[in-house]
Ligand binder design. Sequence first.
Ligand SMILES: [Zn+2]
Length: 125
Amino acid sequence: MHQAALFLQKYLFYLLLGVLALNLFQRRYQKLSERKRFATLYLAMLVLSWMILVIVQLHFGWPDWLLVPFTLAPVAVGAVFHRHVFPFRLRCARCGRALEGKRILYYDSNVCERCDPPQAPPPGL
Ligand SMILES: [Zn+2]
């Protein structure tokens, strides 16, 4: 179990970096992905809190069984606030077709390109 804590201590950092990098990529779609940008920030906060709990457990040499509640605590917080933390859907909210990766990660609407065609510029401009 001690090795599990060491593994988590080592690789949670990369998970955190990945989530924050995704957040930076979402800035390209700023107007369309405000909810999902906040969701990746909340996810990053949960991963960071998990990382801090694992590091504290290792630093003070606390018993290894504490890893279980320390892992379940961020998961429970994420489950309670799942509407804010995980708004990503794999299927279109209107027609049920599979969404492409760009739509899953960057578009708040969660609908496919067919159901949500790009808006034409207003006439006269
Ligand atoms: Zn659709």
